[in-house]
Each structure stands twice: as C-alpha cells, then as structure tokens.
Design a protein around this ligand. Structure first.
Ligand code: C2E
Ligand code: MG
Ligand code: MG
Length: 707
C-alpha cells in the first residue's frame, strides 16, 4: 500500500482551508492527509510532532509575516518543501520567497484541484531529482573522501567550492572554512629551490582551458605554515554545454618519494660504511677543484691513503673490528682537513683526500704528515687499542695531471711506490713511477688469467743431508711460464699476487699440485720424499687455510708427514698468539713445519720455543758470506747452536761454494738447499734423481739444468 503523505497548511483564513481540503480530496497524486493550523507557532509545533511531506504556508500570518516565515520553517524542517500562498499583490514577496528556498507558490484565489495537483506533481518530481542528485553527490563525496589524493575545486571566479578530506588534511583548511574563499588563499605554493611564489595552477587551467601540471619541486604551505612537497595537476571543469564552470586540482604529498629520491642519490654518491663521498662524487669534486684552480691560478692536491697491512687486521681480528677501524680512520681524516676539502673512501682500506686549494706542493706534504700522525694514534675498540699505519701517495694539479682520473691514478702509483720503501710514509708522484706502475699493472692483469690458462708449473729443489749427502726432501717452487715474457720469477709476481689477493687461489693450486706430484712419485715406487710448500702471510691468515689443507691431503691421498709448510718469521711473529694455535692444529694434522728465511725478521725466542716448529731455514743472505764475513759466520754458527738447543733441524739456503759447505758441515748444520747441490728441477729431472737415489752433490754440473 502506498504511504499517506501528510500535508500541512498554515493559514489563518478558513476559506483557504476549505479550498485546500477540497483540492486535497480530489487530488490525483494522493493519498494525502491534510493538517490545518492557523499560526506559525502551531505550524512549527506540528512539524516537530509529525513527518510532513510538504508545507503550504501563507506569508501573512497572525504571528509572522513575510520571508521570516520561510526562514523559520526551513530551520525547523530543513528539506521539507515549502509552498507559499499569497495574494496577487504579494508577487514580489513570493518571488523572493522562492529565492530563499521555497519550492512553489499558489495564488490565494486559486487553491483548486488543478493548481494543487500541479504543485504537488512538481514537488514530487523535484524531490525525486533531488534524491537522485543527493545519492550521486553522496557517492561522489564518499569517493573523493576515500581517495588518497587531495582534491580542490573552484568556480570560474577562482573561489573554492569543494575540498575533499585529503585536501583538508594537506592544506589545513576545512571544506566549510574554505568554501567561497579565493583559491590562492587556501592553496599556497612556492618553488622549493627559489622559494618564490608559484603561479596559481587553477587560473592557468581556466585560462588555457587545458590540464596544467604543477611546477617541479613544488612546495605547499599549509594553513599553519608547515610545508610539504606536492605533485600533480589542475584541469578546467566543463558543464554539459562545454563551457568552463570552474577548475579542479588533484595533488598528493611527495615527501616520502622525494626524500627517497634524495636518499638514493646520496647513496649513489656515498660509501655506506663511512658515509664519506665515494669515488663517483670525489671525481666530480676533483674536477670542480681543478676548474677553480685553473681560474684562480692555485693548485689542487690528491692524497691517496692506504692502510698498511689492513688485510691482515681484517683476517685476524674479524670484519666487525675492520669496519670499526675504517669508520674511525674516516673520522680522523675528516678532522684533519678543511670543510672545503673532500675526504672519500675508495673501497677496501683506501681513502682519498682532496685538498681543493693549496699554494705550493709542499702544503700537501704538511697535510700528509698531519694525516699520518692522526691515523697512527691508537684506535680504541672494545677496550683494546689497535694501532694502524698508513702510506700516502700525492699528486698535484697542474704538475702531475690535468684531470681527476690521472691525478687519482698518479697518487695511487706514488702511494704504491712509497709503500715499498717502508710504512707510515708519504711519497710525491714522479713520472718514472708510471713506467713501473704500468709494468706492475700488466703483471697483475696477466696473473688473473694465468691459473685458468695453466701457465704455472712447479720446480723442485732438493734438500740434502750434509752428513749422508742423501736427498731428504724438496722444496716446491712456483714458476710462471708467461706466453710473452717467458719464465717469470716468483720474486717478481708473488708480491703482486699477495697484494691483489690472487695468492689465495694460486697457493691452493701449488699445494694441490705438490701433494699430487709427491703422491704420484710414491705410487710410482720412488723413495718417498717430503715436499715443502711456501705459504704466504695471506694464505696462513685465511680462515679457510686449514680446511683447504685437510681437503687437499684427503683428495690427493698424501700422508701428511710428506708435506712440510714453510712460513717466514714475520708471518709467525706478527700475530704470535693466533699463529701458535694454527701451528698446533697443523701439527695435529701431521704436517711438518719450517721457518723460512730465518734471521731476516724479528724472532722472539720464547715463541720459537713454544711453536711446534720442526726446522729453521737460515736465509741465504747470511750463508752467502760465511766464508768471508766474520759477522755472518758468527750469526750462522750461533743460529745453528741455538737451533740445536731448541731441538730444531737447521737447513742452510743458498750454498754456492765448497767453502760455504765445509763451514756448515763443520758447525753441525743438518741440511742444505742450494745451487751447489742443485738448482730447482722440473718434476721429471727430480724424479730421475730420486730414482738414482743419489745426492746431486757429487756432480752438481750435471743436474743444475732446470732454470
Ligand atoms: P724461498 O722460499 O726462500 O725459496 C728459496 C729461493 O732461493 C728460491 O728462489 C731458490 O731458487 C733460491 N735458491 C736456492 N738455492 C740458492 C742458491 O744457492 N743461490 C741463490 N742465489 N738462490 C738460491 P725462487 O724459486 O726464485 O723463489 C723465491 C721466493 O719466492 C721463495 O723464497 C718464496 O718466498 C717465493 N716462492 C716461490 N714459490 C712459491 C710458492 O709456491 N708460494 C709462495 N707463497 N711463495 C713462493
Ligand atoms: Mg721457501
Ligand atoms: Mg728462504
């Protein structure tokens, strides 16, 4: 059943009420129920009590007159349509009433079924349209309220008509406060870089009748003065006929993405560990400094700093300590220079300091000395003091190069050359260095492919017992058969392999090849002979050293007693405590241990006693002059005596003459490894010697054929 609509008539004239009642009875749009009151007060009361569908109000009432009636009714019953009843003479008033919100009016004398029906029909239709519009508007407002973007619309004059909740949050204005205000009062934007006022995008959108993007780096200033970077666009609004009725702007906060972009560009130019500029940014700064120096007739200096022995620190103390030390060095360096200079980390333990304006090259020397001192001061870590040393190479503009790349390369070269002379020093670049550096670089580059191309071979140099003159073992010595250079001495490439870290795979190859070879000789029925393999500092300190050794022995099937490791004094003494533990593990595996080049480094006797070392190899530099130099003779005999008392084997290296050998035999030296007996031999020749079971000693000339 259709609902009955309550209609309220407020009119003091009973004749009007009668006509109303009659029209209502005959109405086609019903069913209606009429309610008649004579005063506004009663009308308002009725409105509070009942749901009224429409109000018919006379503008001339005993307790209210004119437009006031409309205002009051709308206040009490907003949304209920009001129909004004008035006389012909009230036409102006009725028109004004319509403007105030009344929906229609009826002439007093014409309250009849026809005009009543028409008014009711109009009102019904209007209500339906309004409901649809309300639903649409509601839906639009919910949609706009829920989107993340901020939306503001204006009329054609540029006054705000709407703000969604996003825009309310972004601008700090409520829609209510902002409505009707000029857009530029609500939406205040400036250029982030210049901080000048940006042009009003809505104005532009209306002017150009097209979509306008917000200027780049646009910053919105909120009602409270705070700022946020924003992005997006404004567009004109058209009505059905295509004319512009206003404009809408859609925008969003880009603080996060803009901060992320900034952070990403910062990361791309900085070193993560130390937060210092990286190589990329440094090169840019050097280029700028060169340009300024060219204009001002000044100089630029590039200081390339490398920490001495940092690889060992990292390997022995662990990476956490290594990282901490690098950060500590970064701070010290930054404190040593002016804010206009740049300290950068190149990676690893390499830093570069750019002195952007110096008067003469010696100024850079002063800075280098200051930096060396700062780095040398103890670095405290976990209540331990760690001492670091460094080497610095210097190049200056315009003397040593015209661009960033060359200055950096030359400072690096100078650093490398300086390092050879001793640690904790600085060295200026000179052109001669380039030739040596190029040579070194080319060796390093070729070393990288040498393993893959199988360019390494091992030669074996016999060790001979000085009493029995029998072969007691051999030292495996690496040789590089370079495709262009021919045979390259290990003295030339091992230091480069150590610096570049390539010694690790090379060392693994040497170990495997030596073990494999000796096992092959044993399998072939030759007298079993221990082979000595040199292990460099980097290998010995490497965490995987013991593991590699175990697996190599297992794979090749070699009994550990046939393997000897030669380690130099400096390798063992540098970190004596940790050396002791690695050595005892090695001993428990069953390999033999020798101290190589004994006498050239600093040995602590107490450690020598504690280390489970089997033999000492006296360095050839002492042996060389034993027959002529009293001091060397005294040293060698003392070493032999000491070794005996420590119950170690003594091997002399580098015996070349009969006199030297006689001296060693007389002083009780156990063994010798030297050219006098045999130069290092290719495997086949060494096998032949073993086969014959002879000491080459008897006829040195016949066997010194290898190298
Ligand atoms: P080293 O371990 O002290 O080896 C002894 C060096 O002295 C060898 O030189 C050997 O040929 C040389 N030598 C032996 N007897 C005499 C002599 O009577 N007179 C003279 N003048 N020299 C003699 P080599 O083979 O050139 O090796 C030099 C250094 O290179 C070795 O010194 C060792 O430190 C290193 N090295 C060689 N092979 C390897 C390797 O496989 N791994 C590592 N890490 N280092 C190696
Ligand atoms: Mg050796
Ligand atoms: Mg040696």
């Amino acid at each position: 059943m259709t609902d009955i609509h309550n209609l309220l008539l407020i009119d003091h004239n009973p004749a009007h009420a009668e006509a109303f009642q009659e029209a209502l009875l005959n109405a086609q749009n019903g069913p209606f129920r009429g309610h008649w009151v004579q005063t506004l007060t009663q009308g308002m009361e009725r409105l509070r009590e009942k749901t009224i569908w429409a109000i018919f109000a006379n503008l001339c009432l005993p307790d209210s007159h004119g437009l006031d009636t409309i205002d009051k009714l709308m206040q009490v019953a907003p949304g209920v349509p009001i129909l004004v009843i008035g006389g012909v003479e009230d036409e102006d008033l009725s028109t004004e009433a319509l403007r105030r919100g009344a929906k229609d009016y009826l002439l007093e004398g014409h309250i009849d079924t026809y005009s009543f029906d028409r008014a009711i029909r109009n009102m019904g239709e209007r209500k339906t349209v309004e409901r649809v519009m309300f639903i649409e508007e509601d839906r639009a407002s919910v949609t706009l309220g829920s989107i993340g973007d901020a939306v503001i619309s204006t009329d054609i004059l540029g006054n705000v008509t709407y703000l969604n909740s996003g825009a309310e949050k972004m601008t700090g204005w409520t829609c209510e406060d902002a409505r009707g205000k000029p857009f530029c009062e609500i939406f205040h934007i400036i250029d982030g870089a210049t901080r000048t006022l940006s042009q009003n995008p809505m104005e532009l959108a209306i002017e150009t009748n097209g979509t306008v993007g917000l200027p780049a780096d646009c910053v919105l200033i909120r009602r409270d003065g705070s700022e946020s970077p924003i992005e997006d666009s404004a567009a004109p609004i058209h009505d059905r006929s295509g004319s512009i009725t206003g404009a809408v702007i859609v925008f969003h906060d880009v603080s996060v993405s803009r901060a992320m972009t900034l952070e990403m560009s910062r990361l791309a130019q900085h070193d993560i560990l130390t937060n210092l500029p990286n190589r990329l940014l440094l090169k840019d700064r050097i280029s700028q400094a060169i340009a300024a120096a060219r204009r001002n007739n000044t100089r630029v200096a590039v200081l390339f700093l490398d920490l001495d022995g940092f690889r060992n620190i990292n390997a022995s103390l662990g990476h956490a300590v290594g990282d901490y030390l690098l950060q500590s060095v970064a701070k010290r360096l930054s404190n040593c220079v002016r804010s206009s200079d740049t300290v950068s980390r190149q990676g690893g333990d390499e830093f570069v300091v750019l002195l952007s304006e110096i008067k003469q090259p010696s100024d850079a020397g002063i800075a280098a000395r200051r930096i060396l001192t700062a780095v040398t001061e103890a670095h405290e870590f976990d209540n331990h003091d760690v001492q670091l040393k460094s080497s610095i190479g210097l190049s200056t503009y315009p003397e040593d190069g015209q661009d960033a790349e060359i200055l950096l390369k030359n400072a690096d070269t100078a650093m490398y050359q300086g390092k050879k002379k001793g640690h904790n020093n600085y060295q200026f670049f000179n052109q001669d260095m380039n030739i040596r550096a190029i040579e070194r670089q080319s060796i390093e580059a070729d070393l990288r492919t040498a393993l893959r191309r199988q360019e390494f071979v091992l030669h074996y140099q016999p060790k001979v017992n000085l009493q029995t003159e029998k072969i007691t073992g051999a030292e495996a010595l690496i040789r590089w058969v370079h495709p262009d250079r021919g045979l390259v001495s290990p003295l030339q490439f091992i230091p480069i392999a150590e610096e570049s870290g390539l010694i690790l795979p090379i060392g693994q190859w040497v170990l495997r090849e030596a073990c494999r070879q000796v096992q092959e000789w044993i399998n072939a029925g030759l007298p079993a002979t221990p082979v000595a393999v040199n292990a460099s500092s980097l290998e010995f300190r490497n965490r995987t050293f013991l593991e590699t050794l175990r697996s190599t022995l297992k794979e090749t099937g070699l009994d550990p007693q046939f393997l000897e490791l030669e380690l130099t004094e400096s390798v063992l003494m540098k970190h004596a405590e940790s050396s002791a533990s690695v050595l005892s593990t090695l001993k428990s595996i069953g390999v033999r241990l020798a101290v190589d080049d004994f006498g050239t480094g600093y040995s602590s006797l107490s450690y020598l006693k504690r280390f489970p070392i089997d033999s000492l190899k006296i360095d050839q530099s002492f042996v060389h002059d034993i027959a002529t130099d009293m001091d060397d003779a005294a040293i060698v005999s003392a070493v032999i005596t000491m070794a005996k008392s420590l119950k170690k084997f003594v091997i002399a290296e580098g015996v070349e003459t009969k006199e030297q050998m006689t001296f060693l035999q007389m002083h009780g030296c156990d063994e010798a490894q030297d050219y006098y007996f045999s130069k290092p031999l290719i495997p086949n020749q060494f096998a032949m010697l073993l086969q014959a079971g002879m000491a080459p000693f008897a006829s040195p000339a016949s066997v010194s054929v290898s190298v």
